[in-house]
Design a binder for this molecule. Structure first.
Ligand code: PEP
Ligand code: CO
Length: 464
């Protein structure tokens, strides 16, 4: 008997929920597949494939997010706006892991808190688009929606949604996870080996000295502790890494939603931490319906148009039991706007006693088109939004539990500004993103350092 033929009785699911109950609600941002039979075949195949993560990892992350909510951890979530199948290769994956590890080291050292590391990878292949169709020179074709769905080239073949891409995306996600897990198990994050912590091309950066001093200091502290205790601190090479992606393409997410032995409920086992994008967070929409039934921790992106009432009703729908570590609100308001748009949400959630971990995404409210025509973001706006988010939380008596960034470990030129003061004219030099502009390696490390400095200036509420 195939896995998809096995009778599955939904146990311990919320009232009226099944993993396909979202199909009865309006589902935005979904492709239309021309061949329904091919789609069904692919979904049956996916349902039988092994999961990418385990339920105990998902539950461990929930516990860590609950700690972050209580002020005992800081969350660093980062990676590409969209992964591409072509960039599923060793250099890109290891550089991205490296920059995230280095940023987390800066944060651990500066904030004196353990960091929850969450990559936007191993499944970040589906993108929401503002228009279903794209027109060029009088020709109209479906928009590129990410490698899970179609290909970016502007031809009818490339742009027609192909369900086989989901199987390929599952495989690429598995390869990415496998490599990340192997690197970490193999000592990639081992503080006994400072050579793994080097800065690559950033070694010539104005930030290099401060970073190097910190790494040397940590190395000395490790050696000191080992001398004092007479034993080696082996756990220093075992950092944890979690994965996340926008769970946009609901047929794929449904196929990866499973029950497991000795656990109640349903888990999305394609990732630890799926999130709902701003464009699909409608209370009566298919995404909220799907998410309310899974046990994973859930992220929701909140833009400046969200009202306090919507934030409260979303929390009621997605976290009716008001459990810690279940819900993460990722606000992305834009520099300047965050100071007006965020406080009413913070106050409403606080007043109603709704539990949530708050994170700041300083990327998606700060996208603009440069004079050169490139889609870009200014480093100073990204920085300003993070700093203003800290201020808004401090004023409201709530806590900023983490940041959500679009970044890469490569030396790209997609965002302007930063220590090297990249200008509009530099964007053309190495602009690679087919979607949103990312912080490069150096700009990412700089943001981590700025978070530490900002946090030292404001008084966050004491841990619960
Ligand atoms: C994203 O994180 O890439 C994204 C599309 O975010 P948002 O839904 O906030 O626009
Ligand atoms: Co993006």
């Amino acid at each position: 008997m195939n896995a998809q033929d096995r009778p599955v009785t939904p146990v311990n699911a919320p009232e009226g929920w099944t993993r396909s109950s979202w199909r009865g609600k309006p589902a935005l941002q979904q492709p239309s597949y021309p061949d329904a039979a091919a789609l069904e075949g692919v979904l049956a195949e996916l349902q039988a494939l092994p999961p990418l993560v385990t339920s105990w990892e998902v539950l461990a992350l929930r516990r860590q997010l609950a700690e972050a909510e209580a002020g005992k951890r800081f969350i660093l979530q980062g990676g590409d706006c969209a992964e591409s199948f072509a960039e599923c290769e060793s250099g890109t994956i290891s550089n991205r892991l490296k920059v995230l590890l280095q940023m987390s080291l800066v944060l651990v050292h500066g904030l004196r808190l353990p960091v929850v590391r969450i990559g936007r990878f191993a499944g970040q292949y589906a993108k929401p688009r503002s228009a279903d169709m794209e027109e060029r020179d009088g020709v109209s074709l479906p928009s590129y929606r990410g490698d899970f769905i179609n290909a970016p080239e502007f031809t009818p073949e490339a742009r027609t949604p192909d369900p086989r891409r989901m199987v390929k995306g599952h495989a690429r996600s598995a390869m990415t996870m496998n490599f990340v897990r192997a690197l970490i198990d193999g000592g990639f994050a081992d503080l006994h080996h400072p050579e793994y912590w080097d800065l690559g091309w950033v070694a010539r950066s104005p930030l290099a000295e401060e970073y190097q001093k910190m790494v040397d200091g940590i190395g000395d502290a490790v050696r000191f502790m080992e001398t004092v205790t007479g034993s080696s601190i082996d756990s220093l090479n075992r950092v944890e890494f979690y994965t996340s992606h926008e769970a946009l393409l609901l047929p794929y997410e449904e196929a990866m939603t499973r029950q497991v032995p000795r656990q109640w409920g349903w888990f999305n086992l394609s990732t630890h931490f799926p999130w709902i994008g701003m464009r699909t967070a409608q209370l009566d929409g298919a995404h909220v319906e799907y998410f309310r039934g899974i046990r994973n921790p859930i992220g929701v992106k909140l833009g400046p148009s969200v009202t306090p009432d919507q934030a409260l009703r979303l929390a009621e729908a997605l976290n009716p039991g008001n459990e810690p570590g279940r819900l993460v609100y990722i606000h992305r308001m834009g520099a300047g706007r965050v100071l007006e748009a965020l406080p009413p949400l913070l106050e409403a959630m606080k007043r109603e006693g709704r539990r949530v971990a708050w994170m700041c995404d300083p990327m998606h409210g700060n996208t603009e088109t440069a004079a050169s025509g490139y889609k870009t973001r200014r480093f100073e706006n990204i920085r300003a939004e993070v700093e203003q988010a800290f201020d808004a939380h401090a004023a409201a008596g709530t806590r900023l539990a983490g940041v959500h960034l679009e970044l890469t470990g490569e030396n790209v030129t997609e965002c302007t500004g930063g220590a090297r003061e990249l200008a509009d004219a530099d964007l053309a030099r190495d602009y690679r993103s087919t979607v949103d502009p990312r912080l490069n390696y150096e700009q990412s490390l700089e943001i981590a350092m700025l978070i530490v400095r900002k946090q030292a200036q404001i008084a966050q509420p004491a841990p619960l």
